[in-house]
Design a protein. Structure first.
Length: 202
């Protein structure tokens, strides 16, 4: 009798764990889609630099237009992921690796179909060139919600999060300060390269 009960409890736990894994993956995928849309629809076309590897990608895309922002993000993410796996080991989960690889692929796919010129995206009906404040609000909402869903799926989007984690580990700097430092450096770099101090300030 106890064996039957134990089997039933084990089976129930397996079903519960399976549902949790499915929900976690769904949060991760939905979050990655939202983040990608935030960049492709709002940040990339108007060269708003929000920090992070994709903010750095926006700056470098202005210098090398033939390489997409998502591709630059992937170029930075892969070595950072390898370093993260080496330093943090198993605590650096497979979900973070998945999100870090999924986002640039989604970004490049969306850019391919939608384009990156505000004047031609959706027939020019979404051209917000004269309303950058609105671009920043909606871009921030998409990126914030996307990041929240990815975290809800027990992952991070990789990128500068990994650099901040390394700084926290080796310099005893608080994570919040480390991420602020890294993103600030990218924003200042954007100011210098883009030559328009308004865009990075947004």
């Amino acid at each position: 009798m106890s064996g039957v009960m134990e089997f039933a409890l084990t089976e129930k736990y397996r079903r519960y764990a399976s549902r949790r894994r499915i929900k976690s993956v769904l949060w991760l995928v939905c979050g990655s889609i939202l983040m990608s849309a935030g960049f492709v629809l709002f940040m990339n076309p108007y060269q708003v630099v929000p920090g992070g590897v994709y903010g750095l990608g926006i700056v470098l895309h202005a210098l090398f237009p033939s390489i997409q922002v998502g591709t630059f993000g992937l170029m930075f993410d892969i070595p950072l992921l390898l370093i993260g796996l080496k330093v943090f080991g198993r605590m650096f989960g497979a979900k973070t690796v998945t999100a870090a690889l999924l986002i640039p692929v989604l970004m490049n796919t969306m850019t391919y179909f939608i384009g990156e010129n505000p004047a031609t995206m959706f027939g020019g009906k979404m051209d917000l060139s004269n309303d950058l404040f609105l671009v920043c609000i909606f871009g921030g909402v998409f990126l914030g919600c996307g990041t929240g869903l990815i975290i809800k799926g027990h992952a991070t989007s990789g990128g500068t999060d990994i650099i901040a984690m390394l700084l926290t580990r080796y310099t005893r700097m608080r994570f919040s300060r480390a991420i602020l430092l890294v993103d600030s450096c990218i924003i200042v770099f954007g100011m210098v390269v883009l030559g328009d101090w308004r865009l990075p300030l947004y």
